[in-house]
Design a protein around this ligand. Structure first.
Ligand SMILES: *Cc1c(COP(=O)(O)O)cnc(C)c1O
Length: 362
């Protein structure tokens, strides 16, 4: 059997006809930027997340940068971020001319350690930007208590958490504002770059709407030094086709995750936490193995593709030389041992069974 880690062609196949039609319709409308297809996706996604505002932007990184820019913190204010995240979370803070403060995760669920957050707070701290990594929401109850105690803002990097919930509330509705990515491989993926911000804050939403469009709210009137970061109507139309199927797709991912959790029984493999299986969006199914290379080679031999999210932590990247002195042992251990198994809507029951059987033979 040959099972790729992810084939976007396979996962998008069922939408091909509808998407082709909507793309042709959009072309024929003659309106491609800030049009009604964008507006209609923004309302649908706001409603889906249970928030007042959704603002489409060019990609997930921009969503986070614009959230921080629109918050207007003094230059070099500190923003607490997870050391264990995709580098975009940290880049967003740097790109907004703020200082990222890296905080260790919990080893058991890979999410930012809220006790460590409190220790990292200084008089310069203005906000916490958490990542719902792999599609599992952070403990926002605990984090919001800290936020209130120290009068901070809190934001979500929800790029992996479309449809994930915490206490019945959707990711994107758990903070002052959230950034989503619709990069093709995400749970809700476009066919190009795309992103969005969700928030219940009217003033913040207004500023972000201006910032994504050169700082302009009214044609040729510029209130801010803005950006060009718009979500185009073709991508928005494609997302509107896929959004109504997001819950069904997440449910399918969940059913595969549940099989992995109950049927993988190899003591060499550490499985992800099971305390919120029905709430997580299961963007990725990440296990830990001490001899990662041999495990991946073994599965590769059996035709099973795997990936690593992510192999080198941000503080050890050349891009962040200023953090190279940091010792973040939990983050480093995670980056050394993790492997992502195939988990997507194109997997068949037989393929899942074969993956489980192969892993149990390792
Ligand atoms: C994908 C991703 C981003 C960035 O999204 P882009 O659309 O690629 O800019 C940010 N944070 C996390 C956690 C992601 O997984």
């Amino acid at each position: 059997m040959k099972i790729p880690f992810l084939s976007l062609k396979a996962t998008n196949q069922i939408y091909e006809k509808q998407i082709s039609e909507i793309v042709v319709q959009t072309i024929n409308s003659g309106w491609y930027i800030l049009g009604e297809r964008l507006q209609s996706f923004e309302s649908a996604f706001a409603q889906y997340c249970g928030v007042k505002h959704c603002i489409g932007v060019a990609n997930g990184l921009d969503a986070l940068v614009l959230l921080l820019k629109a918050s207007d913190f003094p230059a070099n204010s500190e923003v607490i971020v997870p050391a264990n995240s995709f580098i975009a979370t940290i880049l967003a803070v740097s790109n907004a001319n703020l200082s990222p403060i890296l905080v260790e995760p919990f080893l058991d669920n890979y999410l930012i350690d809220y006790q460590a957050i409190e220790k990292a707070i200084t008089p310069k701290t203005k906000a916490i930007l958490v990542t719902h990594l792999y599609g599992k929401c952070c403990d926002m109850g605990k984090i919001n208590t800290i936020v209130q105690k120290y009068q901070l803002k809190v934001f979500e990097d929800a790029a992996q958490a479309h449809g994930a919930t915490y206490m019945g509330m959707k990711a994107g509705n758990l903070s002052d504002g959230a950034g989503f990515s619709f990069y093709p491989s995400k749970n809700l993926g476009a066919m190009g770059d795309a992103g969005a911000i969700t928030t219940n804050d009217d003033a913040l939403a207004e500023r972000i709407k201006a910032l994504r469009n050169y700082g302009s709210q009214q044609k040729y009137v510029f209130d801010y030094q803005g950006f060009n970061s718009r979500l185009d109507d073709i991508q928005a139309a494609i997302l509107s086709i896929k959004l109504p199927h997001l819950d069904t797709e997440n449910q399918y991912r969940r059913s595969i995750a549940k099989r992995y959790l109950s049927e993988i029984n190899n003591p060499k493999i550490t499985l992800p936490p099971t305390d919120s299986v029905d709430e997580d969006s299961w963007h990725l199914f990440v296990v830990r193995v001490s001899e990662r290379d041999s495990f991946r080679a073994f599965l590769n031999e059996k035709g099973i593709g795997t990936d690593i999210h992510y192999p080198v932590p941000p503080h050890q990247q050349l891009a962040y030389k200023e953090f190279s002195h940091l010792s973040l042992p939990i983050t480093e251990k995670i980056h050394r041992e993790i492997v992502s198994l195939p988990l997507n809507t194109a997997l068949t029951d037989e393929e899942v069974a074969y993956i489980i059987d192969s892993i149990n033979k390792y």
